[in-house]
Design a protein around this ligand. Structure first.
Ligand code: SF4
Ligand code: SF4
Length: 174
């Protein structure tokens, strides 16, 4: 498979950089200063959450602008979602891979429209926070919008797991 297919897929997607799949990305201690110099929003106070925040500021027009840097984060170099891995292994063709990404993007747009306005920046944070808040309430009092949100959020989190290897509440090392 030509590499250009993988590039086209990731350019059309960007979910692992845009704050949709991850709210932050882990960094090793020796990467923190270098990542800051690259322009990433580094968090370093809590050793359990040492990394940089998403949405990633160096993801621009479908491209990672620090990809060729010697300081390109190790976690970014390691992460390949399940859809991309299947494409690279020729288990699925480009058309199939693109359909899976487009279907996920459409569902994200639908969920975005059902989220309340929130000050939290990452879509993932908004999704999880709103879901957790609703789950604390009496189900009988849900509005139609809230019911729809919970149903679509559940579908989306299933796709996150099956297509991207991302569990709903855990921030994996990318
Ligand atoms: S989530 Fe997968 S397809 Fe999308 S940009 Fe990341 S690696 Fe590429
Ligand atoms: S550094 Fe590049 S690959 Fe890593 S999250 Fe940012 S845009 Fe994505």
């Amino acid at each position: 498979m030509p590499d250009s297919n993988a590039q086209t897929l990731c350019k059309a997607c960007g979910l692992c950089c845009s704050g949709h799949l991850f709210s932050w990305v882990r960094l090793n201690a020796n990467e923190l200063d270098k990542a800051e110099a690259l322009g990433l929003n580094v968090i370093r106070n809590d050793p359990r959450q040492r990394g940089f925040l998403q949405p990633c500021p160096v993801w621009q027009s479908g491209v990672c602008t620090v990809y060729t840097s010697p300081d390109y984060p190790r976690s970014c170099a390691k992460y390949k979602c399940i859809v991309l891995r299947k494409l690279l292994d020729e288990e699925i063709d480009f058309h199939d891979a693109m359909n899976q990404i487009q279907e996920t993007l459409s569902l994200i747009r639908e969920v975005e429209n059902l989220l309340p306005n929130a000050s939290i920046i990452s879509f993932r944070e908004q999704l999880i926070t709103h879901k957790e808040n609703l789950e604390k309430l009496d189900k009988q009092k849900y509005t139609q919008t809230e019911k729809e949100f919970l149903q679509k959020a559940g579908e989306l989190l299933n796709l996150y797991e099956s297509r991207f290897g991302v569990d709903d509440f855990i921030d994996y090392e990318k």
